[in-house]
Design a protein. Structure first.
Lengths: 107, 121
């Protein structure tokens, strides 16, 4: 099975900061990589699919890049509402797998 | 608007059974694959099982194979998860999720609010 590793597991940031989260797959997954945002007490929400395709309604401050084994999620300028936990997930094969998450906290 | 509403969670003893259900609305249920994904504080997010639009393709995680069975009823716009031989490590929030296409892709573009399953004596 393919394993997904995210880094960092948590980070402290200020409103307006540019934030980059990394995700690494244990083998080549092409661009079969999705990103989700989860706020406390809520279900995850799909932000980006196929490594870089922004979902409808998701603000353009979010962007995704990468292919193969290394991927990143960038938030261009962090507003208050984006303090949350972010997960990557591969959709290359069954079983799909999620990364361990990156929690963005207020500095 | 897509809505997925789970039900059937609760407290059950080890070795017991539960049947989760998910009522779907706001989209043509029969045109999409569906999945169950669970979440625990310790293990994070874990895909459990998925079923294609016509139930022609069904897959489950090794951790639940032989114990959990996913099914769907397109006439009732409903997804199910029959969970048998439950173990304490099955304790989690269980989410019903919608895939982006008919086959198992698996990209989860809509999620329910979740139903909590607790396995404990």
């Amino acid at each position: 099975d393919i394993q997904m590793t995210q880094s960092p597991s948590s980070l402290s940031a200020s409103v307006g900061d540019r934030v980059i989260i990394s995700c690494r797959a244990s083998q080549d997954i092409g661009t079969y990589l999705n990103w989700y945002q989860q706020k406390p007490g809520r279900a995850p929400k799909l932000l980006i699919s196929a490594a870089s395709s922004l979902q409808s309604g998701v603000p353009s401050r979010f962007s995704g890049s990468g292919s193969g084994t290394d991927f990143s999620l960038t938030i261009a300028s962090l507003p208050t509402e984006d303090f949350a936990t972010y997960y990557c997930q591969h959709s290359f094969t069954i079983p799909p797998a999620f990364g361990g998450g990156t929690k963005i906290e207020i500095k | 608007e897509v809505q997925l509403v789970e039900a059937g969670g609760g407290l059950v003893q080890p070795g017991g059974s539960l049947r989760l259900s998910c009522a779907a609305s706001g989209f043509n249920f029969g045109d999409y694959a569906m999945h169950w994904v669970r979440q625990t504080p310790g293990k994070g997010l874990e895909w459990v099982s998925g079923v294609s639009w016509n139930s022609g393709s069904i897959h489950s995680a090794d951790s639940v194979k032989g114990r959990f069975t996913i099914s769907r009823d397109n006439a009732k716009n409903s997804l199910y998860l029959q969970m048998n031989s439950l173990r304490p490590e099955d304790t989690a929030m269980y989410y019903c999720t919608k895939d982006i296409g008919r086959q198992l892709l698996p990209t989860f573009d809509s999620w329910g609010q979740g139903t909590l399953v607790t396995v404990s004596s």
